[in-house]
Design a protein around this ligand. Structure first.
Ligand SMILES: NC(=O)c1ccc[n+]([C@@H]2O[C@H](COP(=O)([O-])OP(=O)(O)OC[C@H]3O[C@@H](n4cnc5c(N)ncnc54)[C@H](O)[C@@H]3O)[C@@H](O)[C@H]2O)c1
Length: 345
């Protein structure tokens, strides 16, 4: 082989299933890596045609056949939550690597089978909790892991955005129903929960209050308060999906200092004992696609044998249990210990 003409990377063939809001982004961002061919699978005919025209990709409407096709080595599951586990299991059984959108599912059904399918297949699985590639979050977590301020004892996440402005279609998609992965807990709060668990460890128990307060056209919760215990760490989450500022702030408090992360400013800061103000570290990236291109590269790196930088199946399953525990705690007006939820994996 002429080394000059050899491709820089192994080319991959990626099937993106579901080309709605996030699937189209994955399609575009995997394409942008220059490391793969992309094919789109979408059941909505007009959307399928628009994607074919816009990105000059091959399209299909038949996920079951496409997953089994020997043409692809990677499947990206971007359908609503109830389809994530069955489509991922089929893909693993067909020998594909699988990147699954968040949340892992809306229920525990089939999750044990998904773990078994991964073990049998020997293929790679990651869950697309996008925070794992935000450079300012990666830097803040690395700082906390070094332990300069001592162990984290207390964490807070104060998150909100005008969901109706950012996602005007919300009332007509999966979001409108908890059974399809909707509502603020499964759809939005799950991001900071998953990331905070990656910093302070798994959640042990939760108390949750939530309500539908304002978003028109839906009855699912748009406002959430959760008080959690992750080992010895007390964690508090608040979410508003109708507030106008699109702002999310996370803070980690240790005896010898605090770390604050402002997602809306793409920066993290430290506050040491005796300091007069935060010392900020900015790590902005231009445009939201930048993170998704980084995520696509990270998954392709992972299937080429490099260590994973993305959310693991194990971590996503833990966050799924948080989602279900928070919903159960709100319904039952009680504290739920996650060990009480059946977890056959
Ligand atoms: N990581 C993120 O930042 C992020 C952002 C938005 C959504 N999501 C997650 O991604 C998933 C999809 O969300 P969305 O906002 O793109 O939803 P969406 O409703 O915009 O898109 C889902 C698409 O899947 C298609 N579809 C459904 N069943 C199909 C099948 N069997 N075969 C092919 N196509 C099928 C639908 O026609 C639709 O176009 C959800 O789990 C959601 O929580 C993640």
């Amino acid at each position: 082989m002429n080394p000059v003409s050899a491709p820089k990377f192994t080319p991959h063939s990626v099937l993106v299933i579901g080309c709605g809001s996030i699937g189209e982004r994955h399609l575009r961002c995997f394409q942008h890596t220059g490391r793969c061919q992309v094919t789109a699978c979408e059941t909505n005919a007009s959307l399928r045609q628009r994607v074919a025209d816009t990105y000059k990709v091959r399209v299909t409407d038949d996920a079951a056949n496409a997953i089994d096709s020997s043409e692809f080595d990677v499947v990206v599951v971007c359908t609503p939550a109830p389809l994530h586990v069955p489509q991922a299991i089929q893909a693993l059984n067909a020998g594909k690597h699988v990147l699954i959108e968040k949340p892992l599912s809306h229920a525990l059904d089939g999750v044990a089978d998904l773990f078994a399918a991964r073990e049998r297949s020997g293929r790679q699985v990651a869950v697309a909790y996008i925070y794992h590639v935000y450079p300012f979050l990666v830097a803040a977590r690395a700082f906390l892991a070094r332990g300069e301020f001592g162990p984290v004892l207390h964490a807070t996440a104060t998150c909100g955005q005008p969901f109706h402005v950012l996602r005007p279609a919300y009332a007509g998609i999966y979001y409108r129903d908890r059974a399809t992965g909707g509502g603020g807990i499964q759809d939005a709060l799950t991001h900071p929960v998953n990331w905070i668990e990656s910093v302070v460890g798994p959640t042990d128990s939760v108390i949750c209050d939530c309500a539908h307060l304002a978003l028109p056209g839906v009855t699912v919760e748009d406002t959430v308060h959760v008080s959690a215990r992750n080992g010895n760490v007390l964690v508090n989450y608040t979410l508003s999906q109708f507030q106008h500022p699109n702002e999310s702030t996370l803070q980690f408090n240790a005896v010898s200092g605090s770390v604050k992360i402002e997602l809306h400013r793409q920066r993290w800061g430290t506050f040491a004992p005796g300091a007069r103000d935060w010392v900020w570290h900015d790590a902005p990236v231009p445009g939201h696609d930048t993170h998704f291109i980084a995520q696509a590269h990270a998954f392709l790196d992972q299937i080429e044998g490099q260590p994973s930088r993305l959310c693991s199946l194990e971590a996503a399953a833990r966050t799924l249990r948080f989602n279900l525990a928070a919903l159960a705690a709100a319904e039952g007006d009680c504290r739920i210990h996650l060990r009480e939820l059946a977890a056959p994996f």
